[in-house]
Design a protein around this ligand. Structure first.
Ligand SMILES: Nc1ncnc2c1ncn2[C@@H]1O[C@H](COP(=O)(O)OP(=O)(O)OP(=O)(O)O)[C@@H](O)[C@H]1O
Length: 280
């Protein structure tokens, strides 16, 4: 778990944290339906301050719907959601939250440059006033963090899928959020860039940022994860603790101690009890 800070944010701007211990996310008994079908059937999920929580599970288990519910994009039909201790209906401080959507939902042909897309991450902080020098610095630093500074003037349409993903991550980082929510941030990102992302996230967490992310593969993010919540068919199937994650991170090639006979974290991909992915 990263350090919890109440000091100034990384940009020297708003303090990270409000001095209280309110968890960034408290979802209790959440139910939701899409297309008339129940998709979330009673999800409990908490992200404490400074914590990094991974949501795992098979295709269609409800991971994206859960984070969209946390963002208020999918209405709950039951249960409750609090963000930073405030019920969703009264929560207004969305600039405290950064969101990296699934790549496929964000790659629509927007005629904007890389810098413009990343600058959009600062606009909510500015209440849509023109960006100041601190904003421009934050945008430049975010682009440098994801290794895209040299592409700042390029149209996003000219980027590869993985590069596009890195720009979306930079957009979220530029806002210096207290809670960073990412839906499959590693999708389409090459191994070297995954390492860069892991280091970037490590730095964010060390500054007190909380992280909730959907993953199919833990990859280089494994050592950062405090808790993995495995969903299955709209319910929490199990929660993996840090010791288990440590084993996986230390024995990535199958030498996990034999007493771990249950499904592996990566088998958040298991379907109907049938393992679809070998133990790594
Ligand atoms: N707009 C929609 N209308 C109807 N059903 C939907 C809609 N979006 C998602 N669903 C259904 O909700 C269920 C959960 O979908 P969700 O996208 O949350 O799964 P996921 O765990 O994120 O999957 P994946 O790993 O494939 O991204 C699936 O059965 C899906 O078909």
């Amino acid at each position: 778990m990263g350090a919890q800070t109440d000091g100034p944010g990384p940009d020297g701007g708003l303090p990270h944290g409000d001095g209280t211990a309110a968890a960034p996310v408290t979802l209790r008994g959440a139910t939701a339906a899409l297309g008339g079908r129940p998709v979330l059937r009673g999800i409990d999920l908490t992200v404490e301050r400074g914590e990094t929580v991974a949501l795992l599970g098979a295709n269609g288990s409800g991971k994206s719907t859960t984070i969209r519910a946390v963002l208020g994009q999918v209405p709950l039909t039951g249960g409750s959601l609090e963000l930073f201790g405030t019920p969703l209906a009264r929560f207004r401080d969305w600039r405290r939250i950064g969101y990296v959507p699934q790549r496929s939902t964000a790659a629509a042909g927007v005629p904007a440059t890389v810098r413009e897309v990343v600058s959009a991450g600062r606009l909510a902080r500015r209440r849509f006033r023109p960006l100041g020098s601190a904003d421009k610095t934050a945008v430049r630093e975010a682009l440098e963090l994801v290794g895209m500074a040299d592409r700042a003037r390029d149209p996003v349409e000219a980027l590869s899928g993985g590069q596009h993903q890195r720009v979306l991550i930079a957009r979220a980082l530029a806002a210096a959020p207290e809670l960073l929510i990412m839906d499959e941030p590693l999708a389409g990102v090459d191994v070297a860039s995954q390492e860069v992302l892991a280091q970037t996230l490590r730095d964010q967490v060390a500054q007190g940022t909380s992280v909730l992310l959907v993953l199919h593969e833990l990859g280089p993010l494994a050592p950062l994860i405090d808790r993995a919540v495995v969903l299955r068919d709209g319910l929490v199937e199990r929660v993996e603790n840090p010791d288990r994650l440590h084993d996986l991170a230390c024995h990535p090639h199958g030498s996990v101690p034999v007493e771990h006979t249950g499904p592996t974290i990566e088998q958040g991909l298991s379907v109907g009890g049938t393992e679809t992915k070998a133990r790594i």
